[in-house]
Design a protein around this ligand. Structure first.
Ligand code: NAD
Length: 296
């Protein structure tokens, strides 16, 4: 029975995920470079440590939720990394979205040290992280996947085994390329309808009941004021930052090139998000692509 979890990376996603582990009565030790994020979790009942390496001492499971592959590799690898610091029977679960090749590299290091590891990127956004309804998309060995289920089900509703190491990241990147495409399309349609005098809320209801329905319309409407509690209704603050979507679209283009798969809409989406980022959108939620389309 897993009892002690070390959680590293307490940002928009990791913070609420760690909170749900506490709510499910796990002992949780947290670490983040951002002391304000750590303080929030300790106020919720977590233990803390002065480094990631100290946080994982005696942990049954380590969960990481970090911004990108270079950071994940530096946190796990090297002489001062987590792989060298944990017990042999600790299970490592990296929930960050990173390149499949980076995930395979870190997984191989863990395997060489006799330690089980999964890549387990998530889908669902911050609302699902808060509600404990994330989708986990895992890559790694079947036995490690089975062992991870208890912890993952405290943070998520759907838990998939996509295949071997790196497969979780491949599936996640396919999903996020599609997410960018339907967020851009949804923004274009809403902007055009409003320019013709339609009410964005009425237009959204019509499209939700029609063939244009999609996740961005259903739970993450990009038009300000249509939905409460989404980033569009709080000036695109919080949520899933443009720079993170850009990272994912870059990973998608690399995967497309490696596999000789044609992804013309993925390529255009990557360009649109890159221009949006260059023009100052970097820290906004990715649904702010509507504002970019409006040229505001
Ligand atoms: P974030 O930037 O809000 O959080 C990342 C956290 O990692 C920060 O608190 C940062 O201080 C911490 N960190 C960075 N380097 C560290 C280190 N060396 N040691 C300890 N802590 C460190 O990002 P987020 O939105 O929480 O996203 C995290 C990951 O989840 C990313 O890979 C992202 O692509 C993915 N993701 C995000 C969403 C979303 O909606 N935000 C959805 C699905 C997946």
């Amino acid at each position: 029975m897993t009892s002690h979890i070390a959680f590293i990376g307490l940002g928009n996603m990791g913070g609420p995920m760690a909170h749900n582990l506490l709510d499910n009565d796990f002992k949780v030790t947290v670490f983040d470079l951002n002391t304000a994020a750590v303080k929030q979790l300790t106020e919720q009942g977590a233990q803390t440590a002065d480094s990631a390496v100290n946080a994982v001492q005696d942990a049954d499971v380590v969960v990481t939720m970090l911004p990108n592959g270079d950071i994940v590799k530096s946190v796990y690898g090297g002489n001062k990394g987590l792989i060298k610091a944990v017990n042999k029977n600790t299970l490592l679960i990296d929930c960050s979205t990173i390149a499949a090749e980076d995930a395979r590299e870190v997984n191989a290091l863990a395997k060489a040290a006799g330690i089980g590891m999964l890549d387990a990127p998530v889908s669902g956004g911050t609302a699902a992280a808060e509600a404990g309804t994330l989708t986990f998309i895992c890559g790694g060995e079947a036995a490690d996947f089975e062992a991870a289920k208890q912890v993952l089900s405290a943070m998520g509703r759907h838990i998939f085994h996509a295949g071997e190491a790196g497969a979780g990241q491949v599936a996640k990147i396919c999903n996020n390329m599609l997410l960018a495409i339907h967020m851009i399309g949804t923004s274009e349609a809403l902007n055009m309808g409003v320019a013709q005098g339609l009410d964005p809320e009425v237009l959204s209801e019509i499209m939700k009941a029609s063939s244009g329905n999609n996740w961005s319309l259903q739970v993450y409407n990009p038009y300000p004021g249509v939905m409460p509690n989404v980033p569009a209704s709080r000036d695109y603050q919080g949520g899933f930052m443009v720079e993170l979507m850009n990272k994912d679209l870059g990973l998608a283009q690399k995967l497309a090139a490696q596999s000789k798969a044609a992804t013309p809409l993925g390529a255009i989406s990557a360009q649109l998000y890159q221009i949006h980022q260059n023009q100052g959108g970097s820290g906004l939620d990715f649904s702010s692509i509507l504002r970019f389309i409006q040229n505001k």
